[in-house]
Design a protein around this ligand. Structure first.
Ligand code: C2O
Ligand code: CU
Ligand code: CU
Length: 502
């Protein structure tokens, strides 16, 4: 079956190889079309993993220094080229916010106004996008508002009621997101509600990211397979640390971010169960006991560790998940993320975590379909990214700054139907307000209605799946929707929703 898939994909490119492509990419395509066994994801010699300092105590993320006057919270972020020491004796050139990997964490409360003075010291345009937060369109750091190299701007927005949750920020300049995030630009943001059902629990944060380092400890350029499947750095980090030691006390509210560009996470530890209490955008309706925490790229969750068996030290793994990559034959392999030491002391968790308002009947509907196409030969003269732009489509189109794909009305409840007509998983992400998932239809036609209510801004779709969402955009302006495999987004798997003011 795998083999048929390779053949199908191979023949999709075989035809293209006959056209006039530049020698380098033609050679790559020929190689690809003749290939049956699958490629390695990387082409350069990689860093010896034993050079990474494992088993150090997990540090909590560094916080961004903030000044608070009345309800206005101010801080400064600068995106710049800097150096990190990830492996012994090696200095890695990275792009980072305030020189930190991951970027400094911003913690604010519902009702606060956050004002961030941002400076772009990178050699190319960038923005800061506040992933998941319902901020005004012109403060959202979307591709329509790039900050040129050497320039500064302020991002200012107020965190509305009921926005408490687990968010992050990352660049969103047109075509440059994949590169900038793979170089290290991403940080986290937590919005608190001092009165929420779990406000008294101590917090523990796991920001999971990945990075690729070559034998010299530098971050190499994307390969063709990185663009095709999304780039998975071989080194998976928690809070910037490699395979750290984590002490679990059991009464912690653990917030987990999948800040990887393309890596899917399925977190599990033998002898530990997890009580899922939060999704992307805050607490869910009722706690749910789960064994695996599935997080597509861009997703977040909140959990509490549950005692299952008497355990002392266990491995926190990310279990293999087959997302149907193209051209790659993967050996199903789990990834070790950390060692957990558990001394679990169970808190009492309320049965109801959050009141959700009654669902409104949708007044409009929107359709979004993911699909794949062959490589577009009119881009044949450009670099890899340009050549591959147009391979991943939304509603048959590649992203264009000058086209509005969907239009909706401010304040109106809409039913969105997202379908994945491609051959691999793609995580759908929408800017602006969070959504509720109302129904999922699997590739085999089976329909699943979620057992509890929750707000998300990112949802994964397997090949052939369809997901129905309810969403209301409270603020007018242009909103992006895209695949959150960042290489796909940067290849144009993105559209613009224009929310009209009423
Ligand atoms: Cu996290 Cu439009 O992105
Ligand atoms: Cu976003
Ligand atoms: Cu995708």
């Amino acid at each position: 079956m795998q083999r048929r898939r390779f053949l199908a994909v191979g023949s999709r490119f075989a035809g293209l190889g006959l056209l006039t492509a530049p020698l380098s990419s033609l050679a790559q395509m020929m190689q690809m079309s003749g290939m049956m066994g699958g490629y390695e994801q990387t082409e350069v010699p990689l860093l010896e993993l034993s050079l990474l300092p494992a088993r150090q105590k997990l540090q909590q993320p560094q916080k961004l220094p903030l000044q608070t006057r009345a309800n206005i919270v101010t801080g400064k972020l600068e995106a710049a080229v800097s150096e990190a020491s990830l492996a012994s004796h090696l200095r890695t050139q990275v792009w980072a916010y305030n020189g930190q990997l991951p970027g400094p964490q911003i913690v604010v409360n519902e009702g606060d106004t956050l004002a961030i003075e941002f400076t772009n010291s990178l050699p190319q345009p960038t923005t800061i996008h506040w992933h998941g937060l319902p901020v005004p369109a012109d403060q959202d750091g979307n591709p329509f508002d790039p900050v040129a190299p050497g320039e500064s701007r302020e991002y200012r927005f107020t965190l509305p009621e009921s926005s408490a949750g687990t968010y992050w920020y990352h660049p969103h300049a047109h075509g440059l997101v994949a590169k900038q995030v793979s170089m290290g630009l991403a940080g986290t943001l937590v919005v608190k509600n001092k009165a929420d059902a779990l406000a008294d629990l101590p917090e523990e944060h796991w920001i999971i990211s990945d990075i690729r380092l070559d034998a010299q400890g530098q971050i190499p350029e994307n390969t063709m397979l990185d663009w095709m499947n999304g780039r998975e750095g071989e080194i998976v980090l928690i809070n910037g640390q490699y395979q750290p030691d984590i002490a679990l006390s059991g009464n912690q509210r653990i917030r987990i971010w999948n800040a990887c560009s393309a890596r899917y996470l399925q977190l599990a530890a033998k002898g530990v169960k997890w009580l899922l209490v939060g999704s992307d955008a805050g607490l869910i309706e009722k706690p749910q006991a789960i064994e695996n925490m599935f997080l597509a790229p861009g997703e977040r969750c909140e959990v509490i560790a549950l005692r299952d068996a008497e355990i002392e030290s266990v491995a926190l793994m990310s279990k293999y998940y087959d997302r149907q990559k193209m051209m790659v034959r993967e050996t199903p392999q789990d990834t070790l993320l950390a060692s957990l030491r558990a001394d679990i002391n169970q808190p009492t968790i309320p049965e109801n975590l959050r009141q959700f308002p009654a669902r409104k009947t949708p007044q409009a509907s929107q359709q979004v379909a993911f699909s794949e196409a062959g490589m577009m030969m009119h881009h044949a003269s450009g670099n890899l990214q340009q050549q591959m732009t147009g391979m991943f489509l939304i509603n048959g189109n590649v992203f264009s700054m000058s086209r509005t794909d969907l239009t909706s009305q401010q304040g109106q409840t809409e039913l969105w139907t997202i379908s994945n007509a491609s051959d691999m998983d793609h995580p759908f992400h929408l800017h602006g307000n969070p959504f509720e998932i109302v129904k999922r239809r699997q590739a085999d036609g089976r329909e699943i209605v979620p057992a509890y209510r929750a707000y998300y801004d990112t949802v994964n779709l397997k090949a052939g799946e369809q997901v129905s969402l309810l969403v209301r955009q409270d603020l007018p302006g242009k909103r992006m929707f895209h695949c959150h495999i960042l290489e796909h987004e940067s290849l144009g798997m993105m559209g613009t929703l224009d929310v009209q003011e009423v």
